[in-house]
Design a binder for this molecule. Sequence first.
Ligand code: MN
Length: 196
Amino acid sequence: MSLKKYEEKRNFRKTSEPKGKTQKVKADLIFVVQKHDATNLHYDFRLELDGILKSWAVPKGPSLNPNEKRLAVMVEDHPFDYKDFEGVIPKGNYGAGEVVVWDNGTYHSIETDDRAKSIPLLKNGLEKGDLKITLHGKKLKGSFALVNMKKPKQNAWLLIKKKDEYATDKDILLNDKSVLSGKGIDEIESPVKKKS
Ligand code: MN
């Protein structure tokens, strides 16, 4: 799968984001949600598939409430290594702003927790625009659907919590710290030392 779009948008001498490469991993499939304080604050929802991260930008963030359907705009595939990216994308670069790893964990098809059996089901779901998954994150747990709206734009999807024991009307976004560093998005600093 191509990371061309990802690479075209970035100058890797100017941003510390990972360079594009695919990765073969045999362990459980992973997902990550990055809170990204760019021009507009949003949450990037990413699912590992074929060594890359299928990616959606969720303006209002994910919800555990089955009644709250969240718009998820499909964006370019990201490299697998992006899963651990937390830091600052410098001003003037694509997506400039702070990023924290808001949640991460493993996932699989709603139908099976077997990795090998999951993969064709997930690919089929992506193709059909109806992806049903189960997340094992620190914050996001249980089953979700990602449904392509087809209209008005091909890249508009809805992220919907399914009814299960993890469904709740509590606002999961209030739990706002990074699952990697424990930092809030306001505590993230650029790895490049600023001249004073
Ligand atoms: Mn983003």
